[in-house]
Ligand binder design. Structure first.
Ligand SMILES: Nc1nc2c(ncn2[C@@H]2O[C@H](COP(=O)(O)OP(=O)(O)OP(=O)(O)O)[C@@H](O)[C@H]2O)c(=O)[nH]1
Length: 381
């Protein structure tokens, strides 16, 4: 028998953290975990593709309070969110549920928020225990690349439309032209979502605690489009409209446009630092918006005891940064790519040549093929 309303304990609030690929979700979450969220916060990180890297990049000792799921939450029918949240509660032991103050669900950068929001809103009150309740949608928006992402990807627009808090990131990277384009970006955000609060991550008064405070999430306060998208999701359900599953990975990518795929390059051997930097420079020079995201961990031959994290978002490359220690037993260098219409084979060849420091072969690859493929946009799909 269900408990009466007066006996029903408060549901556990869930904040949804979304934002396009590489817009700074994990960085913002790591900062929040370090500064304002206590050990009573559970975290679910969902990643596109089959290899999870973010878990390794959130450098706080979370243990049983963190779950990483791969494959896109919005592309899987059923109750992935609920299952992942439930696993955290279970792992905390008998009084874990009582101790949990907040859950944060970070989606992939390609997630359509509509089915995830529907799932989070639809949890029925449980027969026993607290259950979960959506308590806000935070969307990170990369000030340097958002206008390009909004142009090519409906998901980026939907993520903004569903937000009750938008956090503009990377304003510190803007040059004069970028700064003057900021008004245009703010107007585009307001067009999609007139009532959203917009914060600048890099502003002196940025209040990360306020952004991560659970609150009521009212769909009626979002735009008409949001209500229509949610209604459409409900009618369609999530089961049968994501295209056929990929034979190798089981992933269903059709929701994100047929051409978006992910792959992983790994190296058991340590990498030549010089060769790897040349590989990165090539990517930076030649990649356009087709290289949606690259991230991973690498280990250099001259410093085998600690890995470096690497990030690239479209043409924006962050140089490798050392981590204090290996975050897990897996000591391989590994780079996850999310691309649209780029053939992985030449990239894999280039990575291998770079790792082995086959200098002249690398030069010929760079000159003859890869750069042209990226620039012409005629990569094989
Ligand atoms: N300069 C600068 N870099 C930032 C900022 N926020 C994030 N970054 C960098 O942007 C890159 C991507 O950040 P992540 O936090 O991994 O982005 P994400 O949205 O979690 O990425 P995905 O999960 O792959 O979609 C990393 O190199 C971060 O260090 C910012 O405000 N300023």
């Amino acid at each position: 028998m269900s408990p009466s309303p007066s006996e029903q304990p408060e549901p556990i609030p869930v904040l949804l953290l979304t934002g396009f690929l590489g817009s700074g979700k994990t960085t913002l979450l790591s900062d929040a975990l370090r500064t304002v969220l206590g050990p009573d916060t559970g975290v679910v990180i969902n990643e596109f593709g089959t290899v999870a890297v973010d878990h390794d990049l959130v450098q706080v000792g979370r243990g049983e309070l963190m779950q990483t799921t791969t494959g896109c939450l919005c592309c899987h029918a059923g109750s992935d969110v609920e299952e992942s949240l439930g696993r955290i509660v279970e792992a905390m032991g008998p009084d874990g549920e009582r101790r949990l103050r907040l859950m944060v669900v970070e989606t992939t950068g390609l997630a359509d928020p509509a089915p995830v929001v529907n799932q989070l809103r639809a949890f029925p009150p449980p027969a026993t225990g607290r259950g979960f309740q959506l308590a806000g949608v935070i969307t990170t928006v990369d000030a340097a690349t958002a206008l390009v992402s909004l142009d090519g990807h409906l998901e980026a627009a939907k993520q903004i439309a569903f937000a009750d808090q938008v956090v503009l990131t990377k304003t510190d990277l803007l040059d004069a032209a970028g700064r003057s384009a900021l008004d245009g970006l703010t107007a585009a955000i307001r067009d999609l979502n007139p009532t959203v609060h917009i914060h600048d991550r890099q502003a002196a008064g940025f209040d990360i605690g306020a952004v991560f405070t659970p609150r009521g999430y009212d769909v009626a306060a979002r735009g008409e489009d949001v209500r229509d998208w949610l209604a459409l999701e409900q009618v369609l359900g999530t089961a049968d409209r994501h295209g056929p599953a990929d034979a190798a990975t089981g992933a269903r990518h059709a929701r994100h446009g047929g051409g978006v795929t992910s792959f992983v390059l790994t190296s058991e051997a340590t990498l030549s630092r010089d060769g790897f930097y040349r590989f990165l420079r090539t990517l930076q020079l030649s990649a356009g918006p087709k290289l949606l995201r690259m991230k991973g961990l690498v280990v250099f031959t001259d410093e085998p005891d600690r890995p470096y994290s690497v990030h690239q978002v479209q043409h924006m490359l962050s140089m490798p940064k050392p981590l204090e220690a290996w975050p897990s037993e897996d000591r391989r260098s590994r780079l996850v790519f999310i691309v649209e219409g780029i053939d992985p084979a030449p990239l894999a060849e280039l990575f291998k040549a770079a790792a082995e420091e086959r200098g002249s072969f690398l030069d010929s690859l760079i000159a003859d093929s890869l750069g042209k493929w990226f620039k012409s946009g005629k990569a094989k799909t």
